[in-house]
Design a protein around this ligand. Structure first.
Ligand code: GLV
Ligand code: MN
Ligand code: MN
Length: 411
């Protein structure tokens, strides 16, 4: 298959999937178990079926398309990524990896390769955590890091539970959930870089060496609601003023820690959110990341201490940790295999680390994991301007196709 034909096929998928957004003209908003999730899911499943893959969903709504191998009950070589998005995000974060996986399977079928080990294309839910918080939900669920109770108790901002939301789009939460690691031989994920390095270096492919450790905290500040006009300034317990004082001090913790440590508050909900009402509750997120676990732990401690110090004068604070995941080094054997295949195809590559979290980091404790990045235009991601060249995705597909042939021992 010529690179340009592959590029065209990839572009068609991306263009089609980008139509499935709740915010047309304002980027991709595809929340888990929404109508846009259903439209994308149906598209992915139909493409899997067109390629003769056996399609299944699990009790989280993750999608699996399997090309059986000749070995009986053998573990699968899995390739995929997620298909949810952040609010007003781009068309590539997640879907680029799903589309690449679909095209790898299509090349197997078109070129009549029969794998010994099954090839399994996977499309995962709620990697971003944009609807139910935390993130990496589909992959954490598969490996058993999310109990049935934990899953059932997750609610979106309107109080809708995971299982209620699943039922609304016809998904069956009673399907099997956890997967025995013995059924996984390896996992490959293609993702856009979401940063500027590959574009600056003019290199089409990055082989990911390691992924940052990260945490997501949810902070709740409670105060006392009251009238904005009649309550004197010295008689207030204003939850939003407290939140603002806290949030304003957080960046300095990451700066002091150094070594690429970052901290972000990206979500903040104010209650009751009336212009003339003193806010009685504010809930906000704190996302902390670093390539070194000690940095993340230090900043968590300082953040908690700071928040705790505001627990007075009618203000009550609490912190819940929604996600904690250590930095992960990806599998050395798969990294070498990806480099060898890039060289064989004459595709320039470099090593790179990931500052974003990925489902690959969850799987890396259970199976052999490898990841490729492709350049992001202007380094932008999690915004409507996010763009990557489908020709680079096509190059990554060629590398994964060769790597998957080796890993599945296809003939
Ligand atoms: C996912 O995009 C993350 O890194 O939070
Ligand atoms: Mn993302
Ligand atoms: Mn992503």
């Amino acid at each position: 298959m010529r690179l340009l034909d592959l590029k065209e096929r990839i572009e068609e998928h991306i263009d089609q999937i980008s139509e499935f957004t709740a915010t047309p003209g304002k980027g991709t908003t595809r929340l888990t178990y929404s109508q846009e999730d259903l439209q994308t899911r149906n598209y992915i499943k139909s493409k899997m079926k067109e390629n003769g893959l056996k399609v299944k969903e699990d009790g989280f709504g993750n999608i699996f398309g399997k090309l059986e191998g000749t070995l009986k009950d053998a573990p699968s070589v899995m390739i995929g990524s997620h298909f949810d998005s952040v609010p007003n995000g781009g068309s590539y974060d997640g879907p680029a990896g799903v589309v690449a996986a679909l095209e790898v399977a299509r090349l197997f079928v078109e070129n009549k390769f029969t794998p010994k080990y099954p090839l399994e294309i996977i499309a995962l839910v709620e990697e971003e955590g944009s609807r139910f918080g935390g993130g990496l939900m589909g992959s954490r669920g598969i490996v058993g890091l999310l109990s049935n109770d934990d899953f059932r108790n997750l609610k979106d901002k309107d109080g809708v539970s995971t299982e209620e939301a699943m039922a609304k789009i016809g998904l069956d939460p009673s399907l099997p959930r956890i997967r025995d690691p013995k059924t996984m031989k390896s996992f490959l994920e293609l993702h856009i870089e979401q940063g500027p390095i590959l574009e600056e270096k003019k290199i089409p492919v990055g082989v990911v060496e390691a992924i940052v450790g990260l945490t997501q905290l949810e902070v709740t500040i409670k105060g006392q609601a009251g009238h904005a006009g009649t309550t004197p300034m010295d008689r207030r317990a204003d939850a939003l003023v407290t939140a603002a004082q806290i949030i304003g001090q957080l960046p300095q913790f990451a700066v002091a820690e150094g070594e690429g440590t970052v901290i972000t508050t990206g979500r903040l909900n104010v209650f009751p959110n009336g212009a003339n009402v003193i806010p009685d509750q504010v809930v906000f997120s704190v996302d902390i990341r670093s390539g070194m676990e000690k940095n993340v732990l230090n900043v968590i401690e300082k953040t908690k201490e700071l928040i705790d110090s505001f627990n007075k004068d009618g203000i009550e604070t609490s912190v819940e940790q929604l996600l904690y995941i250590q930095p992960k080094e990806l599998n050395a054997g798969i990294r070498s295999l990806l480099k060898e295949k890039s060289e064989g195809l004459n595709i320039p590559y470099c090593s790179i680390n990931s500052g974003a979290g990925h489902d690959a980091m969850v799987f890396s404790d259970y199976t052999e994991v490898g990841m490729l990045f492709i350049p992001s235009k202007d380094g932008l991601s999690h915004c409507p301007e996010e763009w990557s060249d489908s020709e680079d995705i096509a190059k990554a597909v060629q590398i994964f196709y060769e790597a998957a042939k080796s890993l599945t021992e296809a003939e």
